[in-house]
Design a protein around this ligand. Structure first.
Ligand SMILES: [Zn+2]
Length: 147
């Protein structure tokens, strides 16, 4: 197995490894899946069912100030830039700035998307922000005016 992959797997707790096995491993190519299963069996010396027994049924709640994944409880995240789809019903400075930036430069206005490394859950999605009551109302009104 690739040393770098093994190094990263060594950083995972048993519980994180359980979520990783359940959610992320199936998305990898077959050879990588086999490597990871071998690693779990021979290096960590733990069975699949022992790992799966560590998975919680309920969402994780935490008072911790730093970001943790609500599905698996891990704080191992990675972030990358995605094109921000500017919401037309949000009236704020960033919205105006972003439109102006796109018009002036012809480039996309990017925002950070944060994903859990362990289980793949999207932690922050700039294109799927929760709308407030007023924003929902405005969206509803603008749709009913158009139709
Ligand atoms: Zn997670």
């Amino acid at each position: 197995m690739n040393e770098k992959i093994e190094y990263i797997l060594n950083q995972l707790t048993d519980k994180e490894l359980a979520y990783f096995l359940k959610f992320k491993v199936p998305t990898y190519v077959k050879t990588t899946q086999t490597d990871i299963l071998k690693y779990i069996e021979y290096k960590r010396k733990i069975t699949k069912s022992q790992l799966f027994s560590l998975i919680d049924k309920d969402e994780i709640t935490s008072n911790k100030e730093f970001l943790i994944c609500k599905r698996c409880g891990s704080d191992k995240m990675f972030a990358y830039d995605v094109k921000w789809h500017i919401p037309i019903t949000h009236f704020n400075a960033e919205n105006e700035f972003a439109s102006l930036y796109q018009r002036a430069t012809g480039k996309d206005y990017n925002k950070l998307k944060v994903e859990c490394f362990v289980c793949g859950k999207i932690i922050i999605n700039p294109n799927n922000e929760r709308l407030s009551f007023w924003e929902k109302l405005l969206k509803f009104l603008s749709l009913s005016i158009l139709s």
